[in-house]
Structure formats: C-alpha cells, structure tokens
Design a protein around this ligand. Structure first.
Ligand code: DMJ
Length: 462
C-alpha cells in the first residue's frame, strides 16, 4: 500500500463516515427494559476499571509471566510448553485506554524481557493470531514503541507459514520455530479471521504480502459458499471440500463474517464489500428467525436454507454489533433486545440455548464479551441511554456472580452459578474493555475512527 493510497483511503472513509453516522442515528427500536433510570457513567467507568485492576492484581500475584491465572486454585497456567504472555499482551491496550499507567509499564517491561516466539511448539493459528499478534499491533498503534511492531512482524511471519497449503487456506496449527503445519479439518472462523491483523501489519511495514496471504485464504473460502450464498461450518483446507454443510453465525463461522465487513471498511476494499453484501443478505434471509418474542439467528443447511436448529448463544450475540457497523440499525437493535433477554433469563447468558423453547443447551459462561460489545456499538450510534442500562445490568451481574477474592472466574452453569477454574485473556482484552468504553467519556478512543479486531484490539482507520 502506498502513502497516496492510504491518504486517499482515509479521505474516502472520512466522507463515507460523515454520511453513515448521520444515517445510523435515524431509526431505532425501543428496548425492552422495564423502566429507564439514569446511569452514572463516570461511576460505572470507574467501577469497571477497579475490577480490571482487581483481576490484574490476581494475575500478577499468582501467575506473573504465565499465559493465564486459574482463578479458583490460584495456580498459573500456560497454553503450551512455554508462555506466550497471553494475558499481558491481550490486556495491554485496555490498560492504555483505562489510563492504567503503572500496570501498562510493568506489562510492557515483561513483554520486552520475556516474549520470544522462536520456540519449537505447535500453536493454534487463530487464537494466537487474534490475541497475541492482534494485541501487539494495537499496542504498537496506541503506545508507539516500535518493539511492539517488531514482535508483531516476527510472529506474523511465523504464523504465515500456516497458509502453506494446496488451497491457500491455513492449517489450524503451526509450529512457531519449524513452520510445520497440522490440522487440515477446519472451519471458516479459523480460515478467514486474519485480514484485519495482516492488513494492519502490511500497512505498518509497507509489505503487501501479509494482506495478500490473508485475502487469498478468504477468497478461497468464499468460493466454497452454497448457491444460496451461505457458508459451511466444516471445511477441509487441503481438498477445498465442504465437510459439514450446516450454516450459522455462531462459533466457527462468526468472525469470518465479521472480518469481511471490517476488512472492507478498514482497507476500503471493494472485493471484500462485494463478498459481504450477498453474504449478509443470505444470513438475513435464511438464518434470521423472527419469533413472537424477537429476532434470533438459527442454524440451517447451506443448500436448502431451511433452519434445522433453533440454537443461539453467547457467541452469536456479536452479530448485533456487526449489524450496527453495517448500518442495519433496526435489525441490530432488535437482536440486541434478544441478546439482553438471553442474558437476563438466568442473570448471566449461557453458551447456548434453544430460542424457541428457551431451554438452556450449554449452560457454561466463559466471561464472554459479545453481549456487552453489542450494547457498546449500539450506544455509539444511537446514544440511547437504555444501552447504558443494559450494560450496567449485565456488568453488575457479572460482578455478582463471577467475581472471586482474587480475580474473576467463568461459570460452569449459569443456572447454578457454580464457578469454573478459568479466566480467559479475552476477559481483559474484550469484556472489561467494551464495558469500560461503553461508560467512558474521556474521548481517548473515538469509536468512529477505529475498527476492532475480533479480540477487541482497535486499529486506526485510514
Ligand atoms: C474471542 O476470543 C473472540 O471474540 C473470538 O472471535 C470468539 N470469541 C472469543 C470471546 O468470546
């Protein structure tokens, strides 16, 4: 990408957004809250920040230098044989946005002292990409220290070996040292969630190869859509064949859809918007399910478009934010109502439920962000106070049921509220960040000038 290209992209985006922001404030649907109460935004932002510090202190005390803290047994945990500093890297930009200077300083020192990717271990391409590669890139943009960019480029080059396949779609696992790959049975999320990070690396290094690699994988995947323009859940990346024809917006497909739209906006890429428009239309035609109590998205066969499972859960909730970003405000508001009702049914949302019978299918809660993320997106476009109320109610319940003496814990089952010994790094990167930004008035981050990766790491548009 040349400087002129970047400048002209910024200009087009500026114009486009002046109009789209105006358009997006036009139409909203009333939210199903009982009564409206003014939310003290400052108090809530401070509360979220205090809970971040509480959890970070737990990580520091019991798991310093490891990937994560196990919050019940208070033991450290690594994903692989050597730590990739998953929690500090994922959490770093949230510290910057919260003005947690001391915490950011200590995390930064730890990262530059200990983070080394030249390790003989197989890692999951998708997770390491969205959390660590993605986190290092936003750390560079927000902090400006070029060592973040060097680490990101080193990791990007190693992860890019995963794309050495007959189709250009990546393997699920790659060895950071040798580049050996494994795991050809994959899914759209693990094949098509790279463009936002790889494109950002191309932008900062001036090397287009990263963007081209991620784009090649995305177009190869897009070519496997059904005649109805629906995406399959299972793909073999070596043969390029569909292995499971079920389509949905849930885990396994979710962030592929998200990156088509986000990539098209972030890089002003027409090829991507030409893919996104028919894809979004098919999702809204076949997977959207308007029931007497609201809008949901189900699971359907990609060839017939017939809904076979009325299943929806915590991960699907991301789609209200994506719809808002797509200027589809009516659907976005309707879906966020459903998201909120799903959360409130048991005071914390389940991993999945049947949206017709309301029966919980998988009652676990992994401290996921998507529902609060949806409230944040909608508030940014509408300034409707009720999204603050939704966010407050969800966050208050999160504190009530997931807080421990030393950090936060996932739930085994939202019906019993029994805790599980795990605290994902995305709790720091996403859940606490979106909750904070929903209430924050500091103006430190302008929502309309960034695109978040799927792990809530913001990158500047243009
Ligand atoms: C995160 O790792 C990312 O948001 C990913 O796209 C799916 N879900 C988790 C958080 O729920």
């Amino acid at each position: 990408m040349t400087k002129t290209h970047i400048l002209s992209v910024s200009f087009i985006l500026m114009i486009a957004f002046t109009f789209s922001i105006k358009a997006q404030t036009r139409e909203t649907t009333p939210i199903l809250l009982e009564k409206s109460q003014a939310v003290d935004k400052k108090a809530m932002a401070n509360k979220v920040k205090a809970e971040f510090v509480h959890s970070w202190n737990g990580y520091k005390k019991y798991a310093w230098g490891y990937d994560a803290l196990l919050p019940l047994t208070l033991k450290p945990h690594n994903w692989y044989k050597k730590s990739l500093l998953m929690t500090p890297v994922d959490a770093f930009d949230t510290m910057i946005l919260m003005d947690l200077t001391d915490q950011a300083k200590e995390a930064k020192e730890l990262i530059f002292k200990n983070l080394d990717f030249n390790v003989d271990m197989d890692v999951q391409n998708f997770e390491v990409s969205i959390r660590i590669f993605g986190g290092l890139l936003s750390a560079y943009e927000l902090d400006g220290d070029r060592r973040f960019l060097s680490l990101a480029e080193d990791l990007g080059k190693r992860l890019m070996k995963a794309f050495n396949s007959p189709t250009g779609m990546p393997y699920r696992f790659v060895n950071l040292k040798t580049g050996a790959t494994s795991g050809p049975e994959s899914n759209p999320a693990e094949i098509g969630t790279y463009l936002v990070e790889y494109g950002t690396l191309s932008k900062h290094t001036g090397n287009p190869v990263y963007y081209q690699t991620a784009m090649k994988a995305m177009t190869a995947l897009y070519a496997l859509r059904s005649p109805l323009n629906l995406t399959a859940e299972g793909i073999n990346i070596e043969t390029g064949k569909v292995t499971n024809p079920i389509s949905h917006i849930s885990g396994g497909i979710d962030s592929y859809l998200e990156y088509m739209l986000k990539g098209s906006i972030l890089f002003n890429d027409k090829q991507l918007s030409d893919m996104w428009i028919p894809t979004a239309a098919a999702v809204n035609k076949y997977l959207a399910d308007q029931t007497p109590d609201g809008l949901w998205y189900g699971h359907a066969d990609m060839y017939t478009g017939k809904i076979s499972e009325t299943s929806y859960g915590a991960l699907d909730a991301f789609f209200s934010g994506t719809l808002a970003l797509n200027n589809d405000m009516k659907r976005s508001a309707d879906l966020q109502n459903s998201n909120y009702s799903m959360w409130m049914q048991n005071d914390i949302e389940p991993e999945s439920m049947n949206y017709v019978t309301k029966k919980v299918e998988n009652g676990s809660y992994a401290l996921r962000p998507e529902n609060i993320e949806g409230a944040y997106y909608l508030y940014q476009y509408t300034h409707d106070e009720r999204y603050l109320e939704m966010g407050k109610a969800m966050f208050d319940n999160l504190v009530k049921y997931c807080r421990t003496d030393e950090a936060y814990a996932a739930l085994k089952d939202v019906r019993t509220k029994e805790k599980r010994d795990y605290m994902e790094s995305f709790f720091f990167a996403e859940t606490l960040k979106y909750a904070f930004l929903l209430f924050d008035d500091s103006g430190k981050l302008n929502f309309h000038k960034v695109i978040f990766n799927t792990e809530a790491h913001p990158y500047k548009r243009g």
